[in-house]
Write a protein that binds this ligand. Structure first.
Ligand code: F6R
Length: 607
């Protein structure tokens, strides 16, 4: 997730507006920044690694000449944060500058072809191919706009793009597929941005570009057409009534809620990872004698869930370990034959990095799954995958958790395929179902987004909650409990349902809400007994179960019915969503700020 801002002003310099626009998009990414402006047919490009304010001052970006320009604030996906990897990216002749938000999935293939044709690449980004592709298309004496469209037709993946070129000194070209881009118009000129907040100081009259659309901006307005067939699109300007603060959260009252609702998109991004990195990690996983899944907090529950996946389909025994315990528990035994897969959205969690240090010292193979390119984890891991969730502002992890799960599912499936321990048909079937997970999460949000509030109204005065699940759902239950605990501060318990009678059941009495996470699958049969056990003690049963599961529904006081079609092994990705919403709404009802729970930090970088 990066931030894009561009403008064509009727008078004055574009650069100060670009700076202002990018500052309002900083929440989308903040590892590097760059501007490209046009003045009398000359393209000026400056960029560097660092925070917007620092880079703008250091390079005097604010004073770049010209009334046309684009700017970019980056959240690295391909290539670590650095000057060369910062946007804008240019072609060989430095006549075309491209800024991009998204992921070009087939960039390696395209890059190879362009290199064969003599193009010289400066960065390790996927974006740079676009500038060279446009340059290549223009060799056939094709006009810039047409060359961009031809290039777009070859791209696979997601993009919001803004392109400027000395060949069209009064224009900005934009396009969108899956990544957001909004166009704005005022008496001062025309604008494009990743998001409305950047636009609001200049205009509240906007048009949202849709997937597969291309737009040409000049100082008096813009023209939109479909990329595929060039058909012209008429769309009325929309008036935005949000304040700037509301707009940063896209109208949601809190970042956490926005991030919960962003999950279908972040999950789709998590399915677009570069295959060669997944293959590399899979090869390392296959080689190890033992696999430790090391993480803290929410990430440790992603690991707990993943351990069921690796064991069930790849027949690989794994050890999910809370990172603060790793050294004490396994520090003496870990060695050259061990693989340590560290999972950390920030890539900076102290305990996880300490565990990784020790593992490296003992010559173990360290792998990483993170959301932060350029983080310490990416520097110390032998190989890593970046989950592409975009920055998460709410302190409580939501979208990064579900994307971690989806990345780990992909690794487990690849390993299953490589090891051939389950049938080809089973792997293919799981693969197909995995691709549908973002749609299922979208359905869950559509169906239950509002309904969960009623559930919260019913249960908001309880001073103890219990979360139970069996099998992989015990990890979902733990994560549901963690969300509730950290946001509402209400004491709550979570454990594998089968553990109940070994102690924890003693706290259950009349009226205590017990949340059962019970998708259909291998563990579903045994959960019935656990529910009856709790009912017998007067607990109020809330089930997160599959729609039409009458047996469970019949013995529950309340239920959240989940769409069919998600296999048990992938169920945590969807079944955690109602639990995220429950914790969020309960916190709001209690008058607490879900974005900033007390005593908690987004990234725990201290012992
Ligand atoms: C909970 C939460 C934390 C983090 C934990 C690990 O909502 O956000 O428990 O999951 O601090 O952080 P990362 O994944 O950055 O290592």
């Amino acid at each position: 997730m990066c931030g894009i801002f561009g403008c064509i002003l009727k008078t004055g310099l574009a650069a100060p507006s670009i700076y202002d626009g990018l500052k309002r998009l900083e929440y989308r990414g903040y590892d590097s920044v760059g501007f490209a402006t046009l003045e009398l047919g000359t393209l000026h490009v400056k960029k560097d690694k660092g925070k917007i304010e620092d880079v703008v001052q250091r390079l005097s970006l604010n004073r770049l000449p010209g009334s046309v320009g684009v700017g970019h604030t980056r959240w690295a996906t391909h290539g670590a944060p650095s000057m060369v990897n910062a946007h804008p990216h240019t072609d060989c002749q430095e006549r075309i500058a491209v800024i991009h938000n998204g992921v070009v999935e087939n960039f390696l293939e395209l890059k190879g072809e362009l290199i064969n044709k003599g193009h010289i690449f400066k960065s390790r980004t996927d974006t740079e191919v676009i500038a060279h592709m446009i340059e290549e298309e223009m060799k056939g004496d094709i006009e810039l706009g047409e060359a961009i469209i031809r290039a777009l037709k070859q791209l696979e993946g997601s993009y919001a793009l803004a392109v400027v070129s000395s060949d069209a000194p009064e224009r900005i070209y934009c396009a969108r597929n899956e990544s957001p881009l909004v166009l704005g118009l005022s008496e001062k000129g025309s604008f494009c941005a990743s998001d409305v907040p950047a636009m609001l100081p200049y205009t509240n009259k906007v048009v949202y570009l849709r997937n597969g659309e291309f737009a040409v901006l000049d100082k008096d307005g813009f023209d939109i057409q479909k990329i595929q067939d060039g058909v012209h699109v008429e769309r009325e300007l929309q008036e935005i009534t949000w304040t700037i603060e509301m707009a940063e959260k896209q109208g949601y009252p809190h970042f956490m809620l926005k991030e919960i609702y962003e999950q279908p998109r972040s999950l789709r991004n998590a399915l677009r990872l570069q295959k060669q990195y997944l293959d590399l990690l899979t090869a390392f996983l296959d080689r190890g004698k033992e696999l430790f899944l090391v993480a803290a907090g929410t990430s440790s529950y992603a690991c707990a869930a993943a351990s069921y996946m690796f064991s069930k389909i790849a027949r690989l025994t794994t050890y999910p370990v809370v990172s603060s315990e790793f050294i004490e528990q396994y520090g003496s035994s870990v060695g050259i034959d061990s693989v340590v897969l560290a999972v950390s959205q920030s890539g900076e969690t102290y305990d996880t990095l300490k565990a990784v240090d020790l593992a490296r010292m003992k010559a173990a193979t360290v792998l990483g799954v993170t959301n932060t390119v350029g983080s310490t984890l990416t520097r110390v891991a032998r190989a890593y995958v970046v989950q592409q969730s975009g920055p998460e502002i709410g302190v409580a992890a939501t979208k990064t958790f579900t994307s971690q799960l989806l990345v780990l599912s992909q690794l487990a499936l690849r390993l299953a395929r490589a090891r051939g321990k389950i049938s080809q048909d089973e792997v293919d079937d799981l693969d197909d179902k995995m691709l549908k997970v973002p749609d299922i999460v979208e359905q869950v949000l559509g169906r239950h987004g509002e309904g969960i509030k009623n559930l919260v109204n019913k249960y908001n005065d309880n001073d103890l909650y219990v979360f139970l699940g069996r099998g992989i759902s015990s990890a979902t239950a733990m994560e549901g409990r963690l969300k509730l605990l950290e946001l509402t501060y209400v004491p709550s318990l979570a454990y594998p349902a089968g553990e109940s009678k070994h102690g924890p059941i003693s706290v259950v009495e009349e009226g205590v809400p017990v949340v059962f996470v019970c998708p259909r699958g291998d563990s579903r049969r045994d959960i019935l007994g656990s529910i009856m056990e709790m009912k017998a003690r007067g607990a109020r049963i809330i089930s997160i179960c599959e729609e039409g599961d009458e047996e469970i529904i019949g013995i529950s006081d309340d239920m959240v019915e989940m769409p069919r079609g998600i296999p048990e092994l992938l169920s945590p990705i969807a079944y955690v969503v109602p639990l995220q919403l429950f914790a969020y709404h309960l916190a709001v009802q209690k008058g607490l700020d879900p974005d900033k729970p007390r005593n908690l930090a987004k990234s725990v970088t201290v012992p």
